[in-house]
Ligand binder design. Structure first.
Ligand code: ARG
Length: 431
């Protein structure tokens, strides 16, 4: 590794300690290296605006930062253990190319605000992807809720309860993913604050042009207080993981449903072959591995959230503990978004089996209809309930799933799904 930026002449660092400090940090920094470079450009412009670097120096620094981004993208520049971290690598490269001009880039900034701003930009990007995935799934759920509708059993406690429909199943997940998209949007707005210019957490004796860096990096606002910038590290990451977690909890329930519905016992849903795998020993098996991994993905997000929460038992100011928040968040966010990205296609292609679902609707599932019909005739509901319980086994006489569903007129139920309301809500998020 090149000599760390902070090593003073004469001191010697034990190699084992150095390895412990570094861990996999520099490799993790690859994830947001391009964001770190973009923020460095904005910082250079800010320095030029207050005369700390002259116009020629700013031009040279920005040109070399662009070149570094290009080299990193095409693999000519490799961010690895030669460097302590991505932040020092930027300065090392600029110094190698531009000598003293390169050494000016770090004026008025710290790796503490560098890591904050790079992470913040990365998180904003991931929340935009989260919103896109949730909206895509919501759109398909709405289309399928509005399209062909088949009767199916509705369960509570995993026991057959009342007649339901595939439209109701899809409408429920449509609204869930609209809420998740909305939460992604709100969280993005909430974290849309520029920490660059807070330096090590206490500002600097320079009139940094923080308004410029805020605008140049596309932030909605400046994170004003230099001390709050540090206090928000981890707190904002947790909010992002919660937003992703919310979508993945919905996905987990959906995957749970599917993993039951595709069993031989239910047989309600058929999935295309791509979503299943074979067994290495049992020739007869087709296993729903994809569905199971979709269901499992929430665990990685929850783990990342827990890891950060545990790290945040800290006094104010930068503490190196915070470095350990990166691995978890990258892993959790990647897992989560990969799972959500797969969902729209699965929703398009899953097929219901009308015959199996109809066969699973038993006569007693009309008992609630019978009781409520009696109540409408003036029988006190508790009495009607008791009478319907006694005759539940024959509640299906003269009834069909279609009739039961057509009468389900409470707003949000089968006969009044109000998909137009949901569509408008989703439309509101398209702006
Ligand atoms: N890798 C460090 C982190 O993620 C960057 C900031 C280092 N700052 C420091 N003062 N050692 O937190």
């Amino acid at each position: 590794m090149a000599t760390p930026l902070w090593q003073k002449t004469g001191s010697k660092i034990d190699a084992k300690i150095m390895r412990f400090l570094a861990g996999d940090d520099v490799l993790l920094d690859r994830e947001f290296f391009l964001h770190d470079i973009a923020a460095s450009k904005a910082h250079v412009e800010g320095l030029a605006n207050i005369g700390v670097v002259n116009a020629d120096e700013a031009t040279a620094l920005k040109r070399e930062l662009d070149a570094l981004a290009t080299d990193f993208r095409n693999g000519t520049f490799v961010l690895d253990e030669h460097f302590e971290d991505g932040h020092s690598a930027i300065e090392a490269r600029l110094t190698e190319r531009l000598g003293d001009t390169g050494r000016k880039v770090h004026t008025g900034r710290s790796r503490n605000d560098q890591v904050l701003v790079a992470t913040r930009l990365w998180l904003k990007e991931k929340l935009a992807a989260l919103e896109t995935h949730c909206k895509a799934s919501a759109r398909i759920c709405l289309d399928r809720a509005a399209g062909e509708s088949l009767p199916m059993p509705g369960y509570t406690h995993l026991q057959r309860a009342v007649v339901s429909s595939t439209s109701m199943w899809f409408a429920g997940f449509a609204e869930a993913f609209i809420d998740d998209a909305w939460r992604a949007r709100q969280t993005r707005d909430w974290i849309d604050a520029n920490p660059l210019g807070s330096a090590a957490g206490y500002g600097v004796n320079l009139k940094l042009d923080r308004d410029h860096t805020t605008r140049a990096l596309g932030f909605a606002r400046m994170q004003v207080s230099a001390t709050y910038a540090q206090l928000s590290r981890g707190k904002f990451e947790m909010a992002v993981l919660e937003a992703i977690g919310s979508a993945l909890l919905d996905l987990r329930r959906l995957a749970w449903d599917l993993s039951l519905f595709i069993t031989g016992e239910f047989g309600f849903v058929h999935l295309p072959d791509e979503y299943t795998t074979g067994s290495s020993i049992m020739p007869n098996k087709r296993n729903p591995d994809v569905i199971e991994l979709l269901r499992a993905s929430y665990a990685s997000v929850a783990a990342a959230r827990t890891e950060i929460e545990q790290l945040l038992s800290l006094p104010s100011g930068y503490q190196r503990d915070l470095q350990f928040s990166k691995g978890g968040i990258f892993h959790g966010v990647h897992r989560g978004l990969m799972a959500l990205e797969l969902l729209p296609d699965l929703l398009v292609r899953m097929q219901w089996s009308d015959v199996a679902m109809r066969a699973a609707i038993e006569p007693a599932m009309y008992a609630t209809d019978v009781a409520i019909e009696q109540a409408v005739q003036g029988v006190p509901f508790r009495e009607a309930y008791r009478a319907a319980a006694e005759t539940a086994a024959s509640a299906g006489q003269g009834r069909t799933p279609e009739r039961s569903l057509a009468a389900r007129t409470s707003p949000g139920a089968h006969a009044d799904l109000r998909l137009d309301v949901l569509r408008a809500r989703l439309g509101g998020l398209e702006q």
